[in-house]
Design a binder for this molecule. Structure first.
Ligand SMILES: *[C@@H]1O[C@H](CO)[C@@H](O)[C@H](O)[C@H]1NC(C)=O
Ligand SMILES: *[C@@H]1O[C@H](CO)[C@@H](O)[C@H](O)[C@H]1NC(C)=O
Ligand SMILES: [Zn+2]
Length: 285
């Protein structure tokens, strides 16, 4: 599965690669339209982006019926048999991929999780600012997405969403503390350029013990949703952890400078889903 990390791997596949590459936030594919978080290429227009005026590779962003993120309420079922057994700390690489700060384990095989009784392994984690899922309508300043692929079927995706809440005392969560010193040196990719894999990211040691701890000790709500980025593909199993981790004002301000804003609009009401995605309904009105 090392090849999973190679950009050339994505080029050699057609449809599934679109799903996987976007989900994993790899270097932008020049054959796909660039997307942003504002204006004409922002979330309300993703479904209508095209490079040739004929193909709309992100149409699911409007026509999908199980889109993410959502407001997490008591209507969303509690997850069963869900745990992470990550090494307490380990070697990762970190990069600014143009949409987020993405952190990739050097040895994904060491980062297994049981999610809803199925065994997965961690591909990478990245951040959204503001947080994408709401918790009973409350927004959070930051959310980390731990993107997993199923051990026996790598096309099946599951994501653990962990929220961060601002604190005015302490040093912030250990994971954030461990990536903080690297944040200043990250270079953004040039759109349309594929770099060699060796050049991706800086090496660093990341503390993961607080992730194991919060996953084991918090309520986790699980639902079937989508990627929150184009192409908004569905059948992503979500595990949203209710108890937040801590982020200091200093950490938040630094991440805000780098990530800017990369949070998708809240999607359908889980308890009362419309027959169509809200965006598709709006377009027709
Ligand atoms: C969608 O894109 C097409 C082609 O680029 C454009 O003609 C059309 O006006 C767009 N529709 C909306 C609703 O933005
Ligand atoms: C949880 O899932 C794992 C992996 O499928 C399985 O081995 C284990 O027996 C399950 N435990 C419970 C309590 O269901
Ligand atoms: Zn994400």
């Amino acid at each position: 599965m090392r090849s999973f990390l190679l950009p050339s791997f994505f080029l050699s596949l057609s449809l599934p690669s679109t799903l996987v590459s976007a989900c994993l936030y790899k270097r932008e594919d020049p054959t796909l339209p660039p997307y942003t978080y504002a204006g004409e290429t922002g979330p309300l227009r993703w479904h209508n982006l095209t490079v040739d005026g004929k193909n709309f590779p992100y149409r699911k962003c409007a026509t999908g019926k199980q889109q993410s993120p959502i407001d997490i309420t008591d209507a969303v079922p509690l997850a069963v048999n869900t745990t992470t057994t990550f090494p307490p700390s380990g070697e990762f690489t970190i990069e600014d991929n143009g949409h987020s700060i993405e952190v990739t384990p050097r040895k994904p095989d060491d980062y297994k999780s049981v999610l809803g009784g199925q065994v997965y392994k961690l591909s990478q984690f990245h951040f959204h600012l503001s947080g994408e899922h709401r918790l009973r309508q409350e927004p959070f300043p930051l959310e980390a997405h731990f993107v997993h692929t199923k051990l026996d079927d790598e096309k099946k995706l599951a994501v653990i969403g962990i929220l961060f809440d601002l604190v005015d005392t302490g040093a912030g969560d250990a994971l954030l503390q461990s990536i903080y010193p690297k944040l200043d040196g990250l270079q953004k990719p040039v759109h349309g350029k594929r770099e060699k894999k060796e050049k991706h990211g800086d090496a660093l040691e990341v503390q993961m013990h607080s992730v194991n701890n919060i996953v084991d000790n918090s309520h986790i709500r699980s639902y079937s949703g989508s990627l929150t980025t184009p192409p908004c593909s569905e059948e992503v199993s979500w595990y949203v952890v209710e108890e937040p981790l801590a982020i200091t004002v200093k950490q938040f301000n630094k991440m805000r400078k780098i990530i800017k804003f990369n949070s998708r609009v809240t999607q359908n009401d889980y308890a009362n889903p419309p027959k169509e995605n809200l965006l598709a309904l709006c377009e027709r009105a």
